[in-house]
Design a protein around this ligand. Sequence first.
Ligand SMILES: [Zn+2]
Ligand SMILES: [Zn+2]
Length: 345
Amino acid sequence: MMKCPVCGEDCVQYAHELLDTLDTVFSPCPACTPRMLDKQMPPPADLGIMEACTCEKRFIDNVFLEIYTLMVQEGLLNRGSPLREAGIPLVHPGFAMNQPPYLPRNSLLLLSRHVDKKTAEQLMREVPELRGVVKCGEFTPGAVDVDLVTPPRNYELLAGCDVRADIFYTQHSPVVLYKQQSLTHIEFPRGYDPKIVSVSVQLRHAMPRVFVDASSGVGTLGILGAISGVRHVILNDAWYAAAYWSAYNVEVNREHLLVEPVRFLKEYRELQEHPVMEEPLKVAEAEGAQKIEVYQGDYRRLGAVIPKEKPLLTVIDLFRKSDPEANRRILQEWRERVGGEAFIP
Ligand SMILES: [Zn+2]
Ligand SMILES: [Zn+2]
């Protein structure tokens, strides 16, 4: 059993436990009733709150109407605000869906610019579908500056827990990626992800013995490399939350990997003391027929910890894509300093 590093409860599951639920988690029962609302408009004034069905699920728009109504009552929104002003709804788990979800308990994270702590706590008491409430802003959370000059900014968790997972499909098994949402940029998984396809092609082509995900975020591409069977995978990110969740997600998806349980060398709270690192610090490792290591550091200093074995393939997935000239320089520098094949997806 894994404990959540944010709330200490059982709000995280191993990959198969979560994947086994996907067929039904957001599906209606025969008695469930949808009620579509226009998000661009204020909801009609006489519209009552619809309670959850006897199956305990509720159509997402109806959950959102209750959240909106409470925020209006608390003076955080005007009665004339469009419904979508209440915030961004992120479901857990997030994956490509054909129709809007019917939400079970504890499946929705609300990100809102307008919410305050008191109302967030009230929302958590009154809206059972909520998992957590985060105050967001007009910026991207986390370490988005490649040069590590601009300090990272976070959203603020006001109530509940903001750990949730997105699911990405690969040609092997689906990958489950947990994250603490107040510290991570928002992704909306679609059924087809060009970046995953392009990295899969590179992996097949290069057949590396060592694969480096130099700017790993929560670990998507590094874990893809490990699931593809690369013997030695190194994940790295300068931002502590990215490095930590990369390691966590290796453990979550370990059933598809040939390694023993991940050994965490640092706890989440320890890493918080140095949110951005330059010298690479090993935060976790897992060994077996494969070897997986996770570092927190500036990717430009990662060469020191990369073994000399070849073939070596490196993916440098920087958050802000720079111009082609800068990309060429980044790759050129990497090849000179570290060697092997390198690409920016
Ligand atoms: Zn939690
Ligand atoms: Zn129902």
